[in-house]
Ligand binder design. Structure first.
Ligand SMILES: Cc1ncc(C[n+]2csc(CCOP(=O)(O)OP(=O)(O)O)c2C)c(N)n1
Ligand code: SF4
Length: 288
């Protein structure tokens, strides 16, 4: 193996709170990429605005820190321009299921070959703990002492209803399983969604490692579980009790966007190879 996990390190110091699940998520991502022997020069990671997005300072790869809710189209753009890159979007549950929701829906629908890592800490953490779609109803949150009056969304069922190519759930307190899930997601040919149940001891104090131990189970504990069956996936996601982690659903037969694009079928170059340079001096003269 040529690539080492340390090849992905940068000298910057993380600013996350002690006990934050983002530490393990980042370490697992670097471990997965190095174990897949993917060089940092072949990786593009787009980061959202949020605590998750502070990871932009910590990974030695190509990348872009975009606007809140917009890390998904950035990864899509990188992938469409150059399929030699492994494109990963890193986003919080707030960015993903509020302002960025349309991007998630259309990326799954188009089946672009990218991986989306959703840090689900059940709140908008960077802005000090407001309620997101995954915050339990009636839970007091910043600015909402009596809890949110709105209903929440079962995000795993929501994703499954879009018929994704790959949906897995990880838990930040189980980095070994998380790293293996990331590897499978990156290797999957299509849009891979990984929802990570992320510890946030500052704004989601109820979600503790003890709670997780009692309520989270690995899908491999379900006898004869078939991750290729959407019915099996639905049956374990409906009431989320227990919360299962692992590869919940994978459809290896779903064509990717590029597979379905007739005009690019026989091309041997990437769009990035086809960019031509244009002399715009003449055009600029017109405005003088
Ligand atoms: C376009 C835009 N909308 C809203 C904000 C304000 N904002 C910045 S971070 C943030 C919360 C991020 O929450 P989430 O995406 O769940 O990530 P977390 O901080 O929990 O990791 C919000 C609402 C912004 N910076 N830009
Ligand atoms: S507020 Fe929560 S998500 Fe943000 S750094 Fe602290 S523990 Fe992590």
């Amino acid at each position: 193996m040529g690539v080492k996990i340390t090849d992905y390190n940068l000298p910057n110091i993380p600013t996350w709170c002690p006990g934050c699940g983002n530490f393990a998520i980042h370490a697992s991502l670097k471990k997965a990429l190095s174990e897949l022997d993917i060089s940092p020069t072949e990786v593009f990671v787009s980061f959202d605005i949020g605590c998750n997005g502070n990871g932009a300072d910590l990974i030695n790869s190509y990348g872009f820190k975009g606007l809140h809710g917009r890390s998904i189209p950035l990864a899509v753009g990188a992938h469409l321009a150059n399929r030699r890159m492994t494109a990963i979007a890193d986003i919080g549950d707030g960015g993903c299921f509020h302002e960025g929701l349309d991007h998630l829906v259309h990326t799954i629908r188009s089946n672009y070959n990218i991986t989306i890592l959703i840090h689900n800490n059940a709140n908008f953490a960077l802005t000090t703990g407001q309620a997101t779609v995954s915050t339990p109803k009636n839970k007091p949150m910043y600015g909402l002492p009596d809890g949110t009056p709105e209903r929440n969304i079962n995000i795993s069922e929501f994703i499954l209803n879009l018929d994704p190519s790959f949906y897995a759930r990880a838990y930040s307190g189980n980095p070994f399983q998380m790293g293996e899930i990331f590897k499978s997601a990156i290797e999957n040919k299509g849009c891979s969604i990984v929802e990570i149940l992320q510890l946030c001891p500052t704004y989601n104090r109820e979600f503790t490692p003890e709670w997780a131990k009692a309520n989270i189970k690995e899908i491999k504990e379900v006898e004869d579980y078939n991750a290729n069956s959407i019915e099996s996936a639905r049956s374990v996601l409906t009431n989320n009790s227990p919360l299962y982690t692992g590869i919940i659903y994978q459809n290896k037969n779903l064509p990717t966007f590029y597979d379905s694009l007739e005009c690019r079928k026989n091309s041997i170059t990437e769009l990035v190879d086809e960019v031509k340079t244009h002399d715009i001096k003449k055009l600029l003269k017109y405005f003088e």
